[in-house]
Write a protein that binds this ligand. Sequence first.
Ligand code: C2E
Ligand code: MG
Ligand code: MG
Ligand code: MG
Length: 284
Amino acid sequence: NAKEKGKNNFQFFSDDMAFIASRKIALENELRRAIAKEEFILHYQPQIQAATGDIIGMEALIRWQTPAGKTISPGEFIPLAEETRLILPMGEWVLSTACKQAKLWHDSGYSQLKLAVNLSPLQFLDDELMSMIRQTLEKTGFPASSLELEITEGVAVDDAEKAISRMQKLRRLGVRIAIDDFGTGYSSLNYLKRFPLNHLKIAQPFVQDMASNPYDRALVEAMIFIAHSLDMSVVAEGVETEEQLALLKKLGCDEIQGYYYSRPLTADKFTHLLANGLHSVRSI
Ligand code: C2E
Ligand code: MG
Ligand code: MG
Ligand code: MG
């Protein structure tokens, strides 16, 4: 009967939950171990000036390389790292490693490159953030003016005033701020006006559908217009095709990031790219 069935369902459901919970604990322990053993690496994806085709910077993107040789993408562990606050030591490692590497590139003749680093909402709102960034810049010698921090609209969900004051502090430190994945969260135009932002990154879904869907194209055009009206420059991410690139250029998008130019690369491959040009990594 139904009651019996419901009971069975519940049984099944709770086993499932126990399984998920134990997997989560196992993964959390794995994460802790991976942090201690430094099993993370950064890849760097070039950002290209739309008008000139020049490489003007790179975004650092974390990957987890397990001892078994598997590469795990951030989508699979960043949410748990956030939930367990392990994102804090991990994020410190990311910033320090990326600044050290970018400083090497600056010193080898590419001093115009800017470095973009992602901050999760927990990191962004952490009380130690300002001193962590200050110390990292000092320790690595990387200039604040070349650092860009990418945050998402999620940072303002709980306390918009705190988020705004945090952004202002970061700007006073001399770093730039980009709003990532724009258009996918609870975008309030009122916040957008009040956030001291330098860059707006249009989220991938809009870019990927703009060539086939006139509504996406209209939204991309509107986002570029709004960003420029508020003195922000626009980065399109997830650009994969010539057609998307041509449209974005036509609409006045400032910077391009995506597989069309290059996938995220290891530091060694990025060094090779700087010396040999984009054609050396195109279509890999
Ligand atoms: P994101 O910051 O929006 O980064 C862009 C993502 O899009 C990256 O995925 C990148 O590899 C991917 N991508 C770039 N171009 C293309 C393209 O043309 N086509 C497609 N399909 N994808 C493209 P990834 O590296 O897997 O990172 C996913 C997300 O994980 C990032 O999204 C970011 O939110 C987060 N993340 C990555 N590294 C870090 C980190 O060091 N700290 C924190 N807090 N979050 C990170
Ligand atoms: Mg990003
Ligand atoms: Mg993004
Ligand atoms: Mg993101």
